[in-house]
Write a protein that binds this ligand. Structure first.
Ligand SMILES: Nc1nc2c(ncn2[C@@H]2O[C@H](COP(=O)(O)OP(=O)(O)O)[C@@H](O)[C@H]2O)c(=O)[nH]1
Ligand SMILES: [Mg+2]
Ligand SMILES: [Zn+2]
Ligand SMILES: [Zn+2]
Length: 1638
């Protein structure tokens, strides 16, 4: 340590408490003997201390004072240093306690509920407190969970003794020092509570008091402030305590009183202490209030943990508790209620408190050891009777003196003598009290004590202006309520009958149960009209006075708003507890006995009518808002109400509940709720992720109590109201927990009003309960199923509802975790004992699953575990009864609180391990909407549509499409290469010599194809696995499709294998034929060459010079001779008709003799000459009961199917013809395969005659084209003709050689033109298709089938041309094919770019090859060219014939040739890509035709809705269900003859109605639309998402109604009036919603 020698540094104050200060200073230069530290206050020296260390603790100072400390060093050399000084003020005692407890920051900024309730690490870990700063939070956490052990906060500290500094002064241990100081003293429990109350805001205080009183702890009545010596009457804090008890007067009738304790008019008896007292007042009181079987520590006393250390700030605290009778003589200590107050501290020091008690109590018991005869304190004017309670230490004469002085009757003095035991003493006290309880005239409500308080200068916590203002506002509203029913009718009219009517219309809009024989669309539009009318009615009512006051109250400043809502709640509760307590009791009684059903129903109705809570006001607010939305946007009253959702969102954040479902009407005000949630999202974004915990169970099984205990929230427990519905609350997650839980808020949903089946049947609310359960379970991440084990039938009822909901969730892709909570389990070993019951439960669940599966028509679900992940061992919780003993005097059972805590920890654990990311608020909103929409339909599962699911599916499809294309492209590339290898086999271009024969090459290629295929298949499957392992993107929602896509992948592998093998097979066969030809041609060429050479020789011999004419004559002569001598092999054409015919017969052989017979009736040659016509006479055998209608309908359909199959086959044939190859029999096999697959896919066609005639037609047409193709091929390749074609060339070459002309340039041109150009073009034709395909797939409209459908429809709407529209509806495939082609053509510049790119790459390859060949050891042009071909052999297939011909008579100079070749190739590069070329023609030549690829991809499975022909959009080839996002009016698909009028029915609507249909598939029988799945099991027709989702088609039909009618020669459809108002922009909007396009 280096001391500053010149300047003396003043000592540092290290820490200050209320009574001590720790100083530290630097030693001065020189050896120090000792230091003198003096402490002064003003002039007075308070202390002077000596030390040889450099720090010191100065103790025993006064709290809250300023001191001057000076340090003077005495040096060893005898010198004294100048003293250095610093000043410091001690803390007040109060400040000190706060600091020790770590609460100082909350003295100004009070603790608020959201801070306390937020979920942090502490709230779910069990670490016991380790220091004073932990103690408060530990107490708080336990108290919030109403744990009666909350007060056991004593911690055993490890280093309590470290009060003094060690004398090792080299290291200054600041931490140790500080902690030593704080740990110096433990803090008394009452000090902790006092501090906590001081640091809490009014709402936390209320919660603390409420929970304390539930634990039967005394609560503060007067809260002292030891600094200011003032105290506060805690009226507000006590306001939320509601007690119910049965006074003697009601014990006969079994009635009870339920009231806010601050309103109770019950006598109060106070206990105070004067001077010292050896008798523990608190302990005595505890004994006094406990009944004999069960002792309970109501008051903290000195023998308790944490009760033995000195109190510092809680002196002057008056605690209060109540004794409330239960109406049983044998249990009750007092048979009337009584309030008991215990004042801590000596009344000598707390006169105010004492006076207060004396004026408010009936009796005051003063405990003391000794009285001072002066006894001024007892002389106060008291309304209360004073009792003096002394003990054996008491000086009796002094007591006597005092008694006379204050004129105390004899009976008012008690002495606990040495011999009297506690029990006797307590009994005596009780006896005295009993008398007073009965006789006392003074029964002040706590509320009435305010005037006393004000007179005495005691503050009242409700005096705060925000509280008073709020109270005024709330009172103004509630004062007007005289009759709840009337009030609700007049002031809250919107939630009444109109809303209920609206609800039922809304449901009818979806269910269409009462449509009768009306036209469905007409009916719907009638309903809509009706709805609009009702909404108008809703809007007609002005906003009532009460509502505008309510809204005004909500708009007050934040602090006041909370008070306002609390006051509203309090006032309304007071009202209803007056009105309802009777009814509720009757209800309970009646619900037990099952005979009085009518009466019961009446009570239930009355209950619901007369209940009124804040939620009714909020409901009204929601209704006002919803109704205002139907007003024009500019309407001022609509604008005024725009802020309501934001307001409500704010309230949610403040911890107020939002009603999700209005259980009374069984409806959700969807717009309201979703707008509130949207606002909430805005308020918290980006921290908007939420996890949802919900609870379900029959009413009054303690659900709300459970949630309140678990999370400290304030859902209404049954006392107070009977509203039905679901309420949500938001709980913050602390920063530290956000990462592990991966969410920002916990949403808790409490449900109210679920009834047992028996009760539900009375008022038909069973369905409502079902709806509620479905919604709530669908929203949750964890659902708690709450049951009270007392009643097993009730449990069964609830399970039934729950199981059905879970089944539904499984089907829609949600997997909430489910925990069963069994309440009121008395036995400790419940869990073990219940093993058997758990088995039973599972068995029940399984049975119910089967029943529910039947109802939802999802019978594959056999057991509960099929429906969800449920582990009987970990999914059950047993929670003991809430009360430990007999209410009202029973505290909460510690076991209850502990069990709930265990459950809470477990829930958090489950949430932490949640398999996917949490939803955000907007997603949550989407779930509400889609679940509720589906709930409104009769059939939930098939009606469910959710944009998140749709999104997830689209994303998966888009991904999969990409992979699929990669796979396909890779295989195209592979087979192109393979084909080139085959083509080049055995030619100079064949680089490798590893294969002896073409067969060997074939085998090798097949092997390598299999490897390649397997590699890609594995890759795709792996991609899928990885995809589903992602945590985000909600992939779990589409997990059900995983299997489907795996199957698709395998199918794709199989398909590609077969096509690759086919191609190889064909290529090899063709190569064989070609090789034969090539050999012949080569021989011919060689022969000609020989002869020409000979001719040249002979000519040269004859003449040195010859004219061209002479040479020509010579050549011609030679040529004719040569041709005469040459043997021309003529290729035999195959009899294609015979070949095709035999394959067709083979194909039909196992279809029965009838088929063969039919086949042989007509010669193939005679078939396919005219367009295929499916004639009715095929139907001649059809059963008579098929109506005309059905017949016509199916005729059209079958014809359509046939045409589609024909088109597909024709496409195949054209492709083959385009390649200009020879015929190969695999072609016809493939065609038959196409027909067979298509036919087997088609339900409609099961008719053999039809199959035969169709096959004959197709085969004949194909055979005809193949025949032509073969002819062309043969003539193209006929050796004789080929040779003749080259005559000119040979002659020219001959002349050149004879004239010794330089051939280089000419030959280079020839090589480029005849060999390279063809090969390059071929290369481009092979590659370009895949490129275009790749490019097109990047366009949005080709991402998925849904995107495609959307784009086509949107385009139709834009074009607005009837002709297109008609073609789209009648010739869907043609239309779409052309549409795709146009799309590709629109990309011609991209095509051009690709082409250019390929040409450039070819040119580069050729140039490289030339360079490389030149560098090699080549002697002449021939070997040079061979070298070049070899180089290019992997990329280009150069025709052998062209090459051979080129080689003939070739004597060009190598280098010059190479030079010219480079230049020619360059020219080739410049000339080839032709911008102006007709792109359609261009496309036709490509090997991979993008238009066909895209078409196949977009047409998908090619299925169309059996009712309206809307095309299926499901992805992958192996999907199990077809679906279409948007169905069309059936008028557009088929014309119905029945009425002669076009109909407007839309399948997605009609599948909900009671309508029936008949078709070929039903064999002419009538089938209800609702059960369409029995007929078309693989179609999923989802009802419209919203009522206006089919606006698109309505718009189209309305626009083109006349034109359609004309085309169909029918009357125009009756267009419902409401359709006329549909605009184009609405049509666009509906299209977007239907296809989930944003
Ligand atoms: N005796 C007893 N009463 C309970 C228990 N749990 C809750 N209660 C009381 O039952 C009543 C109904 O509780 P509540 O939570 O509102 O039930 P909910 O309708 O399911 O929400 C309340 O008065 C609770 O105090 C329990 O375990 N035992
Ligand atoms: Mg409840
Ligand atoms: Zn349809
Ligand atoms: Zn399909």
């Amino acid at each position: 340590m280096s001391a500053n020698k010149s300047i003396q540094v003043p000592p540092t104050v290290v820490r200050v408490s209320d009574v001590s200060v720790i100083l530290f200073w630097e030693p001065p230069a020189g050896e120090v003997e000792s230091y003198t530290v003096s402490c002064c206050r003003g002039e007075e020296v308070v202390k002077e201390l000596q030390t040889d260390g450099t720090s010191l603790t100065i103790r025993d100072l006064q709290p809250g004072r300023d001191y001057l400390f000076s340090v003077c060093a005495q040096l060893k050399d005898g010198l004294k240093r100048e003293p250095t000084a610093t000043s410091a003020g001690t803390k007040t005692r109060f400040e000190d306690v706060l600091e020790v407890l770590g609460l100082q920051q909350y003295y100004k900024e009070k603790l608020s509920l959201d801070k306390i309730l937020q979920i942090d690490q502490k709230s779910i870990t069990d670490a016991p407190p380790e220091s004073n700063t932990d103690v408060v939070w530990y107490f708080l956490k336990k108290l919030m969970m109403v744990n009666v052990t909350a007060r056991n906060v004593d911690y055993t500290s490890q280093n309590m003794s470290a009060g003094e500094l060690t004398d090792d002064d080299s290291v200054f241990d600041l931490d140790g020092l500080t902690s030593a100081m704080c740990l110096g003293d433990r803090i008394h429990l009452l000090d902790i509570m006092t501090a906590l109350f001081h640091c809490s805001d009014g709402f936390v205080q209320q919660e603390l008091s409420r929970k304390m009183s539930m634990c039967q702890f005394a609560v503060p009545l007067l809260l002292p402030n030891c600094d200011s010596n003032q105290c506060t009457l805690m009226l507000w804090a006590l306001r939320d305590i509601v007690k119910r008890y049965r006074p003697k007067s009601l014990s006969e009738t079994k009635g009870f009183k339920e009231e806010r304790i601050v309103h109770s008019e019950i006598p109060m008896i106070s206990f105070v202490r004067l001077g010292d007292c050896s008798l523990s007042k608190s302990k005595t009181l505890n004994q006094l209030l406990s009944n004999s079987q069960q002792y309970h520590d109501t008051f903290v006393h000195r023998d308790m943990e944490g009760g033995d250390c000195p109190r510092t700030i809680s002196n002057g605290l008056a605690e209060m508790t109540w004794y409330l009778p239960c109406g049983n003589k044998n249990i009750d200590i007092f048979d009337e209620p009584v309030a008991v107050v215990n004042l801590h501290g000596d009344i000598a020091s707390f006169e105010t408190q004492f006076s207060f008690l004396c004026q408010t109590s009936s009796a005051v018991f003063v405990f003391f050891d000794n009285v001072d005869s002066e006894c001024t304190h007892l002389m106060t004017k008291s309304r209360a009777h004073i009792f003096l309670v002394g003990n054996q230490k008491t000086n009796r004469s002094a007591l006597q003196e005092v008694a006379t002085k204050i004129q105390l009757p004899k009976g008012n003095i008690m002495l606990k003598s040495k011999t009297m035991n506690d029990a006797n003493f307590v009994k005596k006290l009780q006896n005295i009290m009993r008398k007073f309880i009965v006789d006392s005239k003074l029964r002040l409500q706590i509320e009435e004590m305010t005037s006393v308080a004000h007179n005495l200068g005691v503050q009242v916590d409700e005096d705060r202006p925000e509280c008073q203002n709020a109270k005024r506002n709330a009172d103004a509203i509630t004062a007007e309520i005289h009759d709840t029913l009337v009030f609700k009718k007049t002031q809250l009219p919107r939630q009444g009958q109109i809303w209920k009517k609206l609800t039922s219309i809304e449901k009818e809009e979806f269910r269409l149960q009462r449509a009768g024989s009306k036209n469905i669309e007409e009916y719907k539009s009638d309903l809509l009209k009706c709805k609009l009318y009702l909404l108008q009615e809703q809007n007609k009512c002005d906003i009532s006075i009460a509502m505008s006051c309510f809204i005004k109250g909500l708009l007050s400043p934040v602090a006041e708003r909370s008070y306002f809502l609390k006051w509203m709640r309090i006032n309304l509760d007071n009202l209803s507890s007056e009105n309802l307590s009777d009814l509720r009791e009757q209800y309970k009684e009646k619900s037990k006995s099952s005979n009085n059903k009518e009466e019961f129903k009446k009570i239930d109705e009355q209950l619901s009518n007369s209940s009124l809570g804040t939620e009714h006001f909020f409901r009204e607010m929601g209704q006002i808002y919803e109704a205002s939305l139907s007003l024009p946007e500019s309407d001022p009253s609509r604008e005024q109400l725009q802020h309501l959702p934001r307001l409500c969102a704010q309230l949610l954040l403040d911890g107020f509940p939002l009603e999700l479902v209005d259980g009374d009407a069984s409806n959700i005000p969807l717009r309201w709720v979703s707008d509130v949630l949207a606002q909430l999202n805005e308020l918290v974004s980006p921290n908007n992720k939420i996890l949802v915990v919900t609870v379900l169970g029959v009413q009054s099984t303690g659900k709300s109590t459970l949630l309140n205990t678990m999370f400290g929230v304030q859902f209404a427990v049954s006392s107070g109201r009977c509203t039905r519905g679901a309420f949500m609350l938001l709980i913050k997650i602390s920063e530290e927990m956000k990462t592990s839980l991966n969410c920002d808020f916990l949403v808790i949903v409490d449900t109210e009003g679920l009834k047992s089946l028996e009760l539900a049947q009375l008022d038909n609310s069973h369905e409502h309960d079902n709806e509620l359960a479905t919604l709530v379970i669908g929203l949750s991440d964890i659902t708690l199923i709450n049951t009270a084990t007392e009643n097993s039938t009730e449990m069964k009822d609830i399970l039934q509802i729950v199981v059905q909901a879970f089944l539904r969730m499984k089907e829609v892709g949600r997997k909430p975790n489910c925990q069963f909570v069994h309440q009121k389990v008395s036995d400790v070993s419940a869990h073990e004992k219940n093993l058997r019951e758990r088995k039973l439960l599972l068995q029940q669940l399984n049975e119910m699953t089967q029943a529910a599966a039947k109802m939802e028509r999802k019978e594959e679900n056999k057991s509960f575990t099929d429906v969800m992940d449920y582990d009987p061992d970990t999914g059950n919780w047993y929670i003991p009864g809430l009360w430990n003993g007999n209410p009202p005097m029973a505290p909460v059972n510690a076991g209850y609180s502990e069990a709930v805590y265990e459950l809470k920890k477990n829930l958090m654990h489950i949430l932490e391990n949640h398999e996917s990311t949490a939803n955000n608020i907007l997603e949550f909103r989407e779930w509400i909407t889609s679940l509720w929409n589906a709930v409104k339909h009769e059939n939930f599962i098939f009606s469910f549509r959710n944009s998140l699911v749709a999104d997830a599916y689209m994303r998966l499809c888009t991904e999969y499409n990409k992979w699929e294309w990669e796979f396909k492209k890779a295989m195209y590339t592979w087979s192109t290469n393979a084909e080139i290898k085959i083509k080049n086999f055995g030619t100079v271009a064949c680089a490798s010599q590893e294969h002896q024969s073409i067969e060997q090459l074939h085998t090798d290629l097949k092997m390598s194809a299999i490897n390649e295929l397997a590699k890609w298949e594995r890759k795709l499957l792996n991609n899928l696995v990885l995809y589903f392992e992602q945590k985000d993107g909600h992939v779990y929602l589409v997990e059900g499709y995983k299997q489907e896509f795996e199957n698709c992948t395998r199918m794709l592998g199989i398909q590609l294998k077969s096509s690759v093998f086919n191609e190889l097979h064909v290529a090899v066969d063709l190569k064989r034929g070609q090789a034969e030809l090539d050999r012949v041609k080569e021989k011919h060429t060689k022969e000609i060459e020989k002869r020409v050479n000979k001719l040249i020789e002979s000519c040269r011999k004859k003449h040195a010079q010859m004219t061209d004419e002479e040479l020509d004559t010579e050549f011609d002569e030679m040529w004719s001779e040569a041709l005469k001598d040459l043997e021309f092999f003529k290729q035999k054409p195959l009899d294609i008709f015979a070949n095709v015919g035999s394959h067709l017969r083979e194909n039909m052989r196992n279809k029965g003799s009838h088929a063969c017979e039919e086949l042989s009736k007509k010669s193939l040659m005679d078939c396919g000459l005219s367009p295929f016509k499916y004639t009715a006479d095929v139907w001649k055998k059809a059963k008579q009961q098929l109506y005309e209608l059905v017949r016509n309908e199916s005729l059209v359909n079958v014809q359509n199917s046939a045409e589609q199959i024909i088109a597909a086959c024709q496409q195949f044939v054209s492709e083959k013809v385009e390649r200009k190859n020879n015929y190969h029999e695999t072609f016809i096999l493939e065609i038959l395969h196409i027909i067979d697959t298509d036919l087997s896919n088609d339900q409609m066609i099961k008719d053999m005659d039809f199959e035969v005639s169709l096959k004959q037609h197709i085969c004949a047409t194909a055979a005809r084209q193949f025949q032509k193709m073969q002819e062309d091929f043969l003539s193209e390749n006929d050796p004789y003709l080929c040779l003749n074609k080259n005559k000119e060339k040979f002659s020219a070459d001959f002349k050149d050689v004879f004239n010794k002309q330089d051939q280089c340039h000419k030959k280079a041109v020839e090589f480029t033109e005849r060999c390279l150009k063809v090969a390059v073009k071929d290369f481009i034709n092979r590659s370009l298709g895949a490129d275009i395909m790749g490019e097109m797939q990047t366009h949005q409209e080709f991402h998925t089938r849904t995107d495609f459908q959307y784009s086509v429809l949107q385009d139709l709407l834009e074009k607005h041309r009837f002709h297109d529209f008609l073609r789209y509806t009648r010739h869907y495939e043609d239309y779409v094919k052309e549409w795709i082609l146009l799309k590709i053509c629109a990309c011609s510049s991209a095509v051009y770019d690709f082409e250019k790119k390929h040409i450039q790459s070819c040119v580069r390859s050729i140039e490289d090859a030339v360079t490389k060949a030149k560098e090699g050891d080549t002697e002449n042009v021939k070997s040079l060219v061979e070298e070049i071909c070899k180089e290019l052999g992997d990329k280009l297939a150069i025709s052998k014939e062209a090459l051979d011909t080129f080689m003939v008579l070739n004597n060009a100079d190598m280098d010059t040739f190479a030079f010219w070749l480079t230049s020619c190739v360059n020219d080739l590069g410049q000339s080839l890509p032709n911008k102006d070329k007709n792109i359609k023609k261009r496309l036709q030549r490509l090997h991979v035709k993008p238009q066909d690829e895209l078409f196949n991809k977009m047409i998908g499975c090619g299925k169309q809705c059996p009712f309206c022909q809307a095309p299926c959009e499901a992805s992958g080839s192996a999907h199990s269900e077809h679906f279409a996002s948007l169905h069309r009016p059936q008028a557009l698909g088929n014309f119905k003859w029945e009425t002669g009028k076009l109909t407007t029915d839309i399948c997605s609507t009609i599948v909900n109605s009671a309508r029936r249909f008949q078709s070929v598939a039903t064999k002419g029988k009538w089938q209800p639309y609702k059960k369409y799945r029995e007929i078309y099991p693989d179609w999923k027709i989802v009802p419209d998402i919203s009522l206006d989702s089919s606006d698109y088609w309505k718009y189209m039909l309305k626009e083109f109604n006349k034109e359609f009618a004309q085309v169909y020669q029918a009357e125009p459809a009756d267009i419902p009036n409401i359709w006329m108002s549909i605009t184009k922009s609405r049509a666009v909007k509906s299209l977007k919603t239907s296809f989930n396009i944003k």
